[in-house]
Design a protein around this ligand. Structure first.
Ligand SMILES: [Fe+2]
Ligand SMILES: [Fe+2]
Length: 451
């Protein structure tokens, strides 16, 4: 294991004069960049780990907030990145999370259950803010004001995040002696890991030499669970994957109404979780990939929330529907390229017609909020297709496949048509090239004339 990357620039430029107390009081531009990089990698790793944990958390509301927070940590990465790019050294395309940071965070987040996960999250969040506070004290209020501005922006969500994460810890415990003991043991374990991380980062000593504390979690519940979890009040869809998406009327009491669109939005937990697991699983991509992925993932959790809010406003309850969740560990590992291209090139690309028709119908029926909901969704979806077009082929490179975006889209359509088993094999390739006709096979129409 190597930790040199943690302080690469700093180490190279440090001389005896640099170690003098006077010199230590002032940050040079290059020092600032190094301090910010150290924080950036922690923010990115934290954001990815939250993404990986979302499917391991059963509670719907927690999934949704974690989707938002994974995005917010990613936005912090973006803030730091913007300033780093102005400073000497910048951040190279190939630079990646240093092994030491990666290893420490993986250990802290290999928690035995969701309660200890929240404890880990709260612990790391506090440590992050402590580091920002210490740095803020060292930043020159005139020379380094652009850095102060970026960190001030990061601080906007500070109290909200700390408060929410802490409440998940505070109210998670059943107060049984066994559970209290586990929480205490976990806290002292993660403190010890953090101590090892900090000491080694400070002394820049070889990470190989680190003797990490022994974990008490023999079978961590996350990140990436075997199977995605969802609380029992949501009946799971157990049937075979329907011939066309959502064509199985047993999934929803709104099957024969245009309000089925609202239900479809609410089910987008599965899209959010598909993206959050890919976001965690795939390493060594350029930072702009993670910026787009985090936004895409959070949008899908928002779509689920906007659907769920409207369903509840209209008097429906979750037990009147069937629900889908994201992929498990093996699915992501074996087919992250397929999961991503199917989501963007099939689900999202074929959804536009149905959505535009739904918006029109909602206006006609005087359901303003549903109509506006669809309008905002359409804006998000445009961007998602652009993300898919840009990053889909890049993801394929990870498995050593060079593919254009058109080829990727066609491949996804052929996969889907093969799965349907209703199209003669000799027709598949031809049909996959005809996008509108293909969408007719892939997705079902809604009952636009019924409210
Ligand atoms: Fe969506
Ligand atoms: Fe989308």
């Amino acid at each position: 294991m190597k930790d040199e990357k943690d302080f690469e620039g700093l180490e190279k430029k440090q001389t005896d004069a640099d170690r003098s107390p006077l010199r230590q009081r002032f940050l040079r531009p290059v020092d600032t960049a190094n301090e910010l990089k150290h924080l950036l990698w922690q923010e990115l790793k934290l954001s990815k780990l939250i993404g990986g944990w979302i499917p391991a958390i059963p509670v719907y509301e927690q999934k949704m907030t974690l989707g938002r927070y994974a995005y917010l940590h990613n936005r912090n990465v973006k803030c730091l990145y913007e300033r780093i790019q102005e400073l000497p050294g910048g951040l190279g395309e190939k630079e990646w999370i240093p092994d030491l940071t990666n290893e420490a965070m993986e250990r802290i987040f290999a928690a035995p259950d969701e309660k200890t996960f929240f404890l880990s999250y709260h612990f790391v969040l506090k440590k992050l803010y402590e580091q920002y506070d210490a740095l803020m004290l060292r930043l020159d209020p005139i020379l380094n004001l652009p850095t102060i501005d970026q960190i001030t922006f990061i601080f906007v969500e500070r109290e909200t995040m700390l408060g929410w994460v802490w409440r998940q810890v505070q109210f998670a415990s059943s107060n049984s002696e066994e559970e209290t003991l586990l929480m205490m043991e976990w806290e002292s374990y993660i403190s010890a890991v953090w101590q090892a991380f900090e000491t080694n980062a400070r002394h820049q000593s070889g990470a190989d030499a680190i003797i990490w504390p022994v974990t008490i979690a023999k079978n961590p519940a996350g990140p990436l669970p075997e199977k995605a979890k969802l609380e029992p009040r949501f009946p799971r869809y157990q049937g075979e994957k329907p011939i066309q998406s959502y064509s199985d009327s047993s999934m929803s009491v709104l099957h024969d109404s245009v309000k089925q669109m609202i239900y479809i939005y609410a089910t987008e937990i599965f899209a959010g979780e598909t993206l959050s697991t890919i976001y965690y699983y795939v390493d060594h991509m350029p930072l702009p990939f993670y910026f787009d992925m985090a936004r895409h993932m959070w949008d899908e959790f928002r779509h689920s929330q906007m659907g769920m809010r409207r369903l509840e406003q209209l008097g429906y309850t979750v037990d009147q529907f069937k629900w889908l969740t994201g992929p498990g560990k093996d699915d992501v590992k074996q087919q992250f390229t397929e999961l991503y291209s199917s989501l963007t090139m099939l689900g999202e690309a074929c959804g536009f017609k149905k959505k535009r028709k739904s918006a029109e119908a909602f206006w006609k029926f005087g359901d303003v909020l549903s109509a506006v909901t669809v309008e905002f969704d359409l804006i998000d979806e445009r961007r998602h297709i652009d993300f898919g077009t840009r990053w889909g082929p890049e993801l394929y490179k990870k498995i050593d496949v060079i593919i254009s975006f058109q080829e990727m889209a066609e491949k996804a359509r052929m996969r889907r048509l093969t799965e349907l088993e209703t199209v003669p094999p000799e027709e598949i390739a031809k049909l996959a090239k005809n996008f509108p006709v293909f969408c007719g096979f892939h997705t079902s129409e809604l009952a636009y004339n019924n409210y």
